[in-house]
Design a protein around this ligand. Structure first.
Ligand code: ADP
Ligand code: F6P
Length: 335
């Protein structure tokens, strides 16, 4: 299942042209991955075509030739130079047939898909239609089960952490409660990491949500006030209630002035951290290596300290949960 230390020279391949696209939510570091795909493929004598706007651009034939210069000066930039999109038509068998036919028309033998689980479902459909595909995990949410790392998470948590530090300053000055909402509609990794890094009093996680969480927070605020805490920081993962209304209810119940701040899409942008640049580059290059070994329908991953790859179907069937030790520890350290 896991491939380690692949010798990239072992097998020849019939692939001459590799396509690359970004799909789903963008993530800082996607440009580093695109650059790596392009430069790694060119270094092996292959041609590269960029497919703009994900599967939507594929169906519109928004396809460009890429050379070494087309990825110059992008490794440090957030966003994706290939743009990204969500595409309902590609969810249908007709859309997928059309996508595969367009690949063949443009001489694209293989595609590297940089995105999340949804995008990998699309990659699988193309593989079934004879286009070799490799997925590279790109999402700030860290919610891809087979991998301990996804492109953009490191930048996003650092962006959010810095924003939360700033809110904390004013929260302390005013002796307020602050609810700070971070991204991750279905995944609490950003909230958990920031909750620990910012020393939050409470962390609301989609994976651990229950009906009594507001009551628990209210009691916690009352307890913390008794022991002299000046502020109360709550990190709320997007998707749990409405932070503004929650702030009003908490203020009413505790008498502590409460404000809500939504960090929002600034978490998805900005210059990628060193880690995101290096890991994204490695994953992009590895995707090309896998294709040129004759592999298809696989995902590049980073697991237990090693870059490796998984069958897409197996990877999509895997489950992932927050580390319970981190969840418990966050609570213990906030006392
Ligand atoms: P992510 O890749 O970040 O999980 P989405 O779930 O929005 O983002 O998926 C991105 C795109 O991937 C969708 O807009 C669609 O074009 C394609 N996609 C998602 N699920 C499927 C599927 N089951 N079959 C084919 N394509 C899919
Ligand atoms: O998947 C990344 C992510 O930023 C999630 O954390 C968030 O819920 C979602 O995308 C928001 O997507 P958008 O605002 O682009 O529709």
């Amino acid at each position: 299942m896991v491939t380690k230390n692949v010798d990239v020279k072992t097998r020849d391949s019939k692939i001459e042209t590799i396509g690359v696209l970004t799909s789903g939510g963008d993530a800082p570091g996607m440009n580093a991955a695109i650059r790596a795909v392009v430069r790694a493929a060119l270094a092996r004598g292959k041609k590269v075509k960029g497919i703009r706007r994900g599967y939507a651009g594929l169906l519109d034939e928004d396809i460009i030739n890429m050379d070494a210069k087309s990825v110059a000066d992008i490794i440090q930039r957030g966003g994706t130079v290939l743009y990204t999109a969500r595409c309902a038509e590609f969810m249908t068998a007709e859309g997928q047939d059309k996508g595969a036919a367009i690949c063949k028309k443009h001489g694209i033998d293989a595609i590297v898909v940089i995105g999340g689980d949804g995008s990998f479902q699309g990659a699988r459909k193309l593989a079934e239609r004879g286009i070799n595909t490799i997925g590279v995990p790109g999402t700030i949410d860290l919610d891809i089960a087979c991998t301990d790392y996804t492109i953009g998470f490191d930048t996003a948590i650092n962006t959010a952490m810095e924003a939360i530090d700033k809110v904390r300053d004013t929260s302390t000055s005013h002796e307020r409660c602050s609810i700070i909402e971070v991204m991750g509609r279905h995944a609490g990794y950003i909230a958990l990491w920031c909750g620990i890094a910012n020393g939050a009093e409470d962390i609301l996680l989609p994976e651990r949500q229950d009906d009594n969480f507001e009551e628990r927070i209210i009691n916690n605020i009352k307890e913390k006030r008794k022991i002299g805490k000046k502020h109360h920081i709550i990190i709320n993962a997007e998707g749990i209630g409405d932070s503004y209304n929650m702030a009003k209810r908490i203020e009413m119940a505790t008498g502590m002035e409460t404000r809500a701040t939504i960090v929002g899409h600034i978490q998805r942008g900005g210059s990628p951290t060193c880690k995101d640049r290096v890991y994204a580059s490695t994953m992009g290059a590895k995707a090309v290596d896998l294709l040129l070994e004759g592999k298809s329908n696989r995902l590049v991953a980073y697991r237990n300290g090693q870059f490796c790859d998984f069958d897409i179907e197996e990877a999509l069937a895997m489950q992932k949960d927050l580390d319970q030790y981190m969840v418990d520890m966050a609570q213990r350290l906030s006392r």
